[in-house]
Each structure stands twice: as structure tokens, then as C-alpha cells.
Design a protein around this ligand. Structure first.
Ligand SMILES: [Zn+2]
Ligand SMILES: [Zn+2]
Length: 327
């Protein structure tokens, strides 16, 4: 009996394999998504293992565009077997450390000639005022490593040389049919400039909010987009009433009901949440992600995805497909 079952299974697998070979290449070509988004990190400064710093990869046509480079961005890229040097452009929303601490790793490790590195051209970075200066200093900070590898391994400096530009809100990139527009957002009076980004490709679009307070103007910029990724923040009432400093943190971000209001006004095909701020002082527990979603749903009844590291979105002509992170 056992061998009979095994025999049958063997036959079934062989038949499947033939079938897969038969339809493989053509099918794969047809189904290959030309526009997708991978959340590489949906975290904040909290050094969690399961939630790395903010980083969102947009793959449109043959371009790999990365939005922010928080902690762990290199691990998440390579987890999906994407060489670090494959990233064409890094766009920054603002220079808060949780959004940029992954840059040195991406810059230097992506320069290595191993399969996980392989950067061919310069390290291209676009971000708000201060980006050029930060990149100039970063290369100086790591001059010892760079000089050693040039001498010892005969590396070219090209792949570790930044091509950095300070940008202002408006169009910032146009190549291969992809348009990227920086959107002025409001992360607080003393945290300027901060931008979000809109990516347009073949009549489809994605908006990434960056860190922002409740900003009705952002709904306008994201009106009718396919995928609208928004940051979110919440804390229990007891915590907010315990100390003004917690209220100040929340005041730099958007609370769930307000994210719902923005989604309701923008009407994206799919709303998604990242940069998940859930405050706690250790004694008063943080709100759960379910709590945030319940609050958001009081003001929005459209489709919305709670992001996790490695959530993937396929932006198709017929709509957005959400692929949960691999187990
Ligand atoms: Zn942040
Ligand atoms: Zn911030």
C-alpha cells in the first residue's frame, strides 16, 4: 500500500513537473508583475527583530527604487535575493535616524563584488535639504574602510561614490516611464523639510506618506491612487495622560481615525499602513495593531492592509494584490 501511494505520488509529481516545464517560461513571462511594492521594514526607532526600520522598495519596469533605508534594509533585500547594488535610486523622506541608519550598510556592503553587493554605478540618493551633506560626511566617516579596499582588493571608487542631491517638493525623477514626485508633508514645525512620494508608472500609482501629522492636503495628492501607504501612530489614553512627552510624539504623527479620514478622502484602491508607532512606557501596554485597525475603521470602510516586513503588493491593471510575508 505504502509503495503504491508513493508510486502514485511519484507519478503525480512527474506529471506536474512536465506540466510546469510545458507552461513555465511563457506563463512566467505573462504573469511577471511590472509594478510592485515590497515593504522591507514597517518599524520605527524601536529595535525590534520582527519589524525593521522604515524602507519600502518599489520595482517598476526594470527600476528598483528604494524609499528610506532604516535599520535592517540590507538583510531584508538579501532575504529576497535582491543584491544591494541592484537599487537604482534611494529616496529619503527626511533625515530622522530611523529612516537613514541603514544607509552606511547599503552604501558599503552594496559596493562589495560578492553576489549580495554588485553596485556598478554611483550610489544615487535623493532627499530633502541636508542629504548631500550627510552623504559627503558618510563617505568621510568610512574613509578608512574605503581606502583599505581600494588598495587591498583593487576596488573602484565608483560604486561607493554618492551621487546625492537635495530635492524640493515637485518632480524629482523621470526615467523608464516612471515618474517620482516629492510631496511636502508636515512632520512638525522643527522637522522640515519632510516629504512623501508619489510614484506613477503606466497609468498606475503609489503614494508613500513618510512621517506626517494629519494632513488633508495629502489626500488630494493621493486621490484615486492604486496603493496609498500611510504611517500611523497610537497610544493608550492612560499613557498620553501620564506625561506630555507622549502627546508630543503622537502630535508628530497621524492617529488611526485621521489616517481613516485621509483614506476616505483619497479613495485609494488599497490603503496600507507602515511606520507603526505603538507607544509604551513599559508599564502601560502599547495598543495592539488590531486596536489601531479598529480605530481606523471608525472613519474608513474601504480596503486596508496592516503592513508587515515583507508584505508585497502587486499593482496590476485590474487592482492591487496583497501577498502576505512568507512564513
Ligand atoms: Zn520615523
Ligand atoms: Zn520622523
Amino acid at each position: 500500500m505504502f509503495s503504491k501511494v508513493r508510486g502514485f505520488l511519484g507519478f503525480a509529481f512527474a506529471a506536474l513537473a512536465v506540466l510546469a516545464v510545458g507552461i513555465g517560461p511563457v506563463q512566467a513571462q505573462k504573469d511577471k508583475p511590472d509594478f510592485q511594492v515590497i515593504m522591507l521594514g514597517v518599524g520605527t526607532p524601536v529595535p525590534f527583530m520582527h519589524r525593521f526600520g522604515p524602507a519600502t522598495l518599489v520595482i517598476a519596469g526594470d527600476k528598483y527604487l528604494l524609499f528610506d533605508a532604516g535599520r535592517g534594509v540590507t538583510q531584508r533585500l538579501w532575504q529576497d535575493k535582491i543584491p544591494l547594488g541592484r537599487v537604482d535610486v534611494l529616496f529619503l523622506t527626511h533625515l530622522h535616524s530611523d529612516h537613514v541608519v541603514g544607509i552606511p550598510d547599503l552604501l558599503l556592503t552594496g559596493w562589495l563584488t560578492s553576489p549580495f553587493g554588485k553596485r556598478k554605478g554611483n550610489f544615487v540618493v535623493r532627499g530633502p535639504e541636508g542629504t548631500e551633506s550627510m552623504m559627503e560626511h558618510m563617505v568621510k566617516a568610512f574613509a578608512a574602510d574605503i581606502d583599505i579596499r581600494v588598495k587591498d582588493q583593487n576596488f573602484s571608487r565608483v560604486g561607493v561614490t554618492p551621487d546625492a542631491l537635495d530635492i524640493v517638493p515637485g518632480p524629482v525623477y523621470s526615467e523608464g516611464g516612471i515618474k517620482v514626485t516629492a510631496i511636502d508633508v508636515n512632520h512638525g514645525e522643527k522637522i522640515k523639510p519632510t516629504v512623501g512620494y508619489r510614484i506613477d508608472y503606466k497609468g498606475r500609482s503609489v503614494v508613500i506618506s513618510g512621517d506626517t501629522k494629519y494632513l488633508p492636503a495629502l489626500a488630494k495628492a493621493a486621490e484615486g491612487v492604486d496603493l496609498f501607504i500611510h504611517s500611523i501612530a497610537g497610544a493608550k489614553k492612560e499613557l498620553l495622560e501620564s506625561n506630555q512627552s507622549w502627546k508630543n510624539i503622537i502630535a508628530h504623527h497621524t492617529e488611526p481615525e485621521d489616517v481613516g479620514r485621509i483614506f476616505a478622502a483619497a479613495k485609494p484602491k488599497m490603503g496600507a499602513l507602515y511606520h507603526l508607532v505603538t507607544l509604551t512606557n513599559g508599564k502601560i501596554k502599547p495598543p495592539s495593531l488590531g486596536d489601531l485597525m479598529t480605530r481606523l475603521k471608525t472613519t474608513y470602510n474601504g480596503a486596508v492592509t496592516m503592513g508587515a516586513d515583507r508584505t508585497r503588493f502587486i499593482i496590476g491593471k485590474a487592482g492591487v494584490t496583497v501577498i502576505a510575508p512568507p512564513k
